[in-house]
Design a protein around this ligand. Structure first.
Ligand code: AMP
Ligand code: GLY
Length: 426
């Protein structure tokens, strides 16, 4: 089977790498991919951008692609799956309507409330003056969120009224995130620890992936500005067996049936961002895709045939599919360009990537080959991912490799996974 993966980040490198291990996969194309996907056996990059839906469809038709898997949210929200299916092409991901779970925070909150799923109290505003006035009625901290897709730049956790006011002005009046900020959600600040709960559904059956947690803030101790994710690990002791059951039954299932009641079928990866405080679980957000960097450590632990799983999801055959997981722990440490998540320089030569081993894989996020040299080409550049018999050993293995890699200005957090080491010790 010939497979097309759409996207160019660490998530897509991991998706393509895992698909390539399947005996069912004869060839994997990645559009547009990165320097890491270019180096893999059975994988070839094609220079079509992930938002060129027509170009991708033409490629899939001409190249007899049996299955297409979409990595990022933008093409999903823009209807890539609908358009592939109109051309009788199998495409794994939600329709544009279903992808509104990520594409509009107001829609997502409405679904959660109608489905009876616990989430932060909120209000939606499309008039900035009313939003500013509303600040008089709330306590801080308070969270201001642009309604639409904002590439991780649309959420401000405001610890005082001035910051909340500035956020409303910059999102709604100064259009910091463009049309995504035409309306906003103002919501109650939740405390606790975040977990990423990711499942695959064919619309009827739901198959959960291994549990994971990511570190969203840039700086050690989970401080500093939010990023796409500075590192992740799997499994996480935060999500107990009982909580797992509760999330499947009281969060994922009612969300999918609420969508179904509205005539919307959800097929593809679904990522619930959870806030867990003692035993109380609330949904912070839904993403209509796999997580980045969660995909890297999760797929590192998968023993099952990933191509078979994805194909079965598209063919509505996930009934009774159970994923076989490696018992070991896995972590991924993101190495980023100096300046990320704000502005950063690209095109810097990367040195010191160690040889791959069974328990070590350096996934590429933003890289490019230039005249035989490996260079940085994004904010998040590499995700050094390792397996260990437990989380401590996985951490040691990942950092042993991370410490060998360098380029001008690169940085990484030295404490990925440590919150669970500390909580296990206490
Ligand atoms: P979102 O895109 O909605 O997940 O928001 C991005 C990040 O902002 C989350 O992963 C949290 O770290 C933080 N965040 C969002 N909503 C809240 C909330 N209601 N309370 C506390 N933190 C939040
Ligand atoms: N790691 C967070 C995300 O994928 O949105």
């Amino acid at each position: 089977m010939r497979i097309l993966v759409v996207g160019s980040g660490g998530r897509e490198h991991a998706l393509a790498w895992k698909l390539a291990q399947s005996p069912l996969a004869t060839k994997i194309f990645v559009a547009p991919g990165n320097a890491g996907t270019a180096l893999e056996d059975k994988i070839e990059n094609i220079s079509i951008s992930s938002d060129d839906i027509k170009g991708l469809i033409d490629f899939a038709l001409n190249e007899q692609i049996k299955l297409t898997i979409i990595g990022p949210e933008d093409p999903l929200v823009n209807g890539i799956v609908d358009q592939f299916e109109e051309n009788d092409l199998l495409c794994l991901g939600p329709s544009s309507l279903a992808a509104q779970l990520e594409g509009s925070k107001a829609f997502m909150k409405e679904i959660l409330v109608s489905a009876g799923v616990p989430t932060a109290d909120y209000q939606v505003f499309s008039d900035p003056e009313l939003a500013l006035e509303h600040l008089n009625n709330v306590e801080t901290p308070i969270v201001i969120k642009a309604d639409g897709l904002a590439a991780g730049k649309g959420v401000v956790v405001a610890h005082d009224k001035k910051t909340a006011e500035d956020a409303i002005n910059s999102i709604m009046k100064n259009k910091k995130v463009g049309d995504a900020g035409k309306s906003i959600v103002i919501e109650e600040f939740l405390t606790g620890q975040e977990a990423s709960f990711i499942v695959l559904t064919d619309g009827k059956n739901v198959v959960p992936f291994a549990t994971s947690q990511d570190h969203k803030q840039r700086d050690e101790g989970d401080k500093g500005p939010n990023t796409g994710g500075m590192g992740a690990y799997s499994p996480t002791p935060l999500v107990t067996k009982e909580m797992h059951k509760e999330v499947m039954e009281n969060i994922i299932a009612p969300t999918l049936s609420e969508l179904k009641n509205r005539g919307i079928e959800y097929k593809g990866f679904l990522y619930a961002g959870l806030m867990i405080d003692d035993n109380e679980i609330k949904v912070l957000e839904y993403n209509c895709r796999f997580g980045d960097p969660e995909t890297q450590p999760i797929l590192m632990r998968m023993n099952s045939d990933f191509a078979d799983l994805c194909l079965k999801a598209c063919e509505y055959k996930l009934e009774d599919f159970e994923i076989d997981w490696d018992e070991r722990s896995s972590i991924g440490v993101v190495m980023a360009s100096g300046g990320y998540p704000e502005s950063y320089v690209k095109g810097l030569e990367i040195n010191g990537i160690p040889e791959e081993e069974d328990n070590l894989k350096v996934f590429h996020c933003g890289t490019i080959q230039d005249k035989g040299l490996l260079k940085s080409n994004g904010g998040r550049v590499l995700c050094v991912t390792a397996l260990g018999k437990d989380l401590s050993e996985a951490i040691d293995e990942a950092y042993k490799a991370t410490n060998k890699i360098n380029w001008d200005g690169c940085f990484f957090r030295a404490d990925i996974g440590q919150r669970d080491i500390s909580s296990n010790k206490s």
